[in-house]
Design a protein around this ligand. Structure first.
Ligand code: PAF
Length: 283
């Protein structure tokens, strides 16, 4: 695997590969890689794309009281994992390389960024839009891969690509889960043993509601049942549970299959926020 730390060197490399006719698949990450990330690399390789992964813990998407400093950084292990799935290129820039000076531009998309995660993480999605735009401009991917677990991020990136005419196709790949159903996440490593056992409650609640939707269509009732069910697992706080149209992220009143309902849950165990989502009908 080729590793680049400077934008200029990666840009030259991509330029040559494009002239040679390669199509680029891109997997942006913040490192602390797990099988979820690797599934994105495999998806890109599966499409015969020259696959570029990036590892960059992006400071602009962390709020002042968030875990930027303590966000897990496991670069040596990440490199081994990327090599194990034959990733072609890793872009591993420093903060100075990506933000030599504070950015003067702000991207904003109030309709999608102010609800759900945006309510709890002010400025988070503005930081995500900024870094994803910068990375797209550097890597010039034909296809970029994101995990469904961060569903709101996926919706925002898709809208941004449309609105700003980025010539990139966005592929959303299914959430990869641990054996008990917990969605894989770099932040799961913050959970202690007891919290780890409780964490499965999010997946179990999603499955419980997915079964219930066969006979109960009222979103209000489904959400009430979800709260009652998840509370038994001992979460310290439920940030939100909602059922939305998976195309628009608008809240639904009824969970009929034609409304493409997707259930979102974000809940906390101690200081760790866990988020997950599930389509309530198989797609
Ligand atoms: O999902 C992530 O890991 C990050 O938000 C991303 C897309 C790499 C941007 O920093």
């Amino acid at each position: 695997m080729e590793i680049f730390t400077h934008i200029k060197d990666l840009a030259n490399y991509i330029h040559i590969k494009k002239i040679l006719g390669y199509e680029i698949g891109f997997v942006p990450t913040m490192g602390a890689l797990h099988q979820g990330h690797l599934s994105l690399v495999k998806a890109s390789k599966g499409k015969n794309l020259l696959t570029v992964a990036s590892i960059f813990v992006n400071p602009t998407q962390f709020g002042p009281n968030e875990d930027f400093e303590k966000y897990p950084r496991t670069v040596d292990h990440d490199i081994q994992l990327l090599e194990s799935v034959k990733c072609d290129v890793l872009f591993l820039p420093s903060v100075k390389e990506m933000y030599p000076t504070a950015s003067a531009i702000t991207l904003s998309m109030p309709s999608l960024t102010q609800k759900y995660e945006g309510k709890y993480r002010t400025g988070h999605f503005e930081g995500v839009m900024l870094i994803v735009s910068k990375l797209f401009n550097i890597v010039l991917p034909n296809v970029a891969f994101f995990g469904q677990k961060d569903f709101q991020q996926c919706a925002i990136v898709k809208q941004m690509v449309k609105d700003l005419s980025f010539p990139v196709q966005i592929e959303i790949m299914p959430t990869i889960r641990e054996d008990d159903g917990l969605a894989m996440s770099s932040r799961n490593r913050y959970l202690n043993e007891i919290e780890r056992k409780k964490a499965v409650g999010i997946y179990q609640t999603l499955m419980y509601i997915k079964n219930m939707v066969q006979h109960e269509k009222s979103v209000e009732n489904l959400i009430r049942h979800a709260h009652t069910y998840i509370e038994k697992f001992g979460f310290t706080q439920i940030d939100y549970i909602d059922i939305v149209n998976s195309d628009t992220l608008e809240t639904l009143h009824y969970a009929y299959s034609e409304n493409k309902p997707l259930m979102l849950i974000t809940a906390r165990l101690g200081t760790t926020r866990l988020l997950d989502n599930m389509y309530l009908y198989d797609i």
